[in-house]
Design a protein. Sequence first.
Length: 195
Amino acid sequence: MVKKKIIFASNNAHKLNEINALLSNNFEVVGLKDVNYTTEIIESGNTFHENSFIKTSAIVDFLNSFCFSDDSGLEVECLNGQPGVYSARFAGEKASDYDNINLLLQKMANETNRNAQFKTVICLYFNNKYHYFEGFVKGQIAMESRGVNGFGYDPVFIPEGFENTFAELGAEIKNKISHRAMAIQKLVKFLNEND
Ligand code: ITT
């Protein structure tokens, strides 16, 4: 069976790997490099919804084809939902994952409330319309960074029901329970019912 091609509008190679693992049974997922899209997309929105629309519509303007994006981040209860849409640049525009994690742990050094959630909003362009799918996973922020798998805040996020961080648990478990996996399940269900 020839799989239908879908463009994932992301420059984050880790996200692309996760999306590939989650969707490869159903679709051939191609990234921005594969379609020669090199323009920087400025994520100027104030919400995950706005930013996911900005990314998907940039590709629609360029190619007018079947595509989606994911805008995601970490929301920490004691920080009133921060870093939120600023997750990628919490410690500054060019911040590394390491810088962002250090800043987070520093801000939470004396905090006993460690509740947090990862959230994803997917914006899909299908049949000339935009459709949104949300996913989240609740958990706790660890006291220190642990594990080597994944990306972003995975070394400090302990999902509910587990004692290890996503970076310790690895891709197989993360891809069953993550915010991104939940949103992708909804997207697949929608396409199965409407395609
Ligand atoms: P694209 O916009 O190109 O897709 P990005 O990394 O800039 O890539 P976002 O704007 O959605 O993506 O920012 C998401 C940030 O939130 C990401 O850089 C991580 O710091 C964090 N994040 C999102 N999902 C995560 C996950 O599954 N595990 C760990 N951190 C995550």
